[in-house]
Write a protein that binds this ligand. Structure first.
Ligand SMILES: [Zn+2]
Length: 138
């Protein structure tokens, strides 16, 4: 599905609290340039004709949509602990299966599994100096 700019919802008509808090807005016409991650997912990870993962808790501070890696990491770091603490809503599947089935785009499922299994080969790892600051990545 392709959405033209004229079909983008305005922030005034779009009824999503996360978008109102975090979406990237074009203030010339008050349309939503990049929605929240939940609204991006609701539209099949597409917005305005582009692949779009929406604004996550890890990209909001930069006022931009998340990368695939940030999207997967945000779910792993922010959402997964909530389900681990209260998995009463899962209806017989594991926390990670529920997350994979409902929150991770297909192209991010392998990466999510890498975080779960701590199989971090190929994922940049921070190296810290003696004072605990990030000195680089390997
Ligand atoms: Zn939203």
């Amino acid at each position: 599905m392709t959405t033209t700019t004229s079909q983008l919802p305005t922030i005034y008509t779009h009824n999503c609290p996360n978008c109102h808090a975090y979406a990237v807005i074009n203030y010339q016409d008050n349309t939503i340039t990049v929605p929240c991650s939940g609204c991006a997912q609701d539209r099949g990870w597409e917005w305005n004709g582009h692949t779009c993962y929406g604004v996550t808790g890890l990209s909001a501070q930069y006022k931009r949509g998340a990368t695939l890696e940030e999207t997967v990491l945000a779910v792993f770091l922010i959402i997964r602990p909530r389900f681990i603490e209260d998995s009463s809503v899962l209806d017989g599947v594991t926390v990670d299966q529920h997350i994979l089935n409902t929150m991770i785009p297909d192209e991010g499922k392998e990466l999510y599994n890498k975080y779960v299994t701590q199989d971090l080969e190929g994922i940049p790892q921070a190296v810290y100096d003696d004072e605990g600051w990030i000195a680089g990545y390997i």
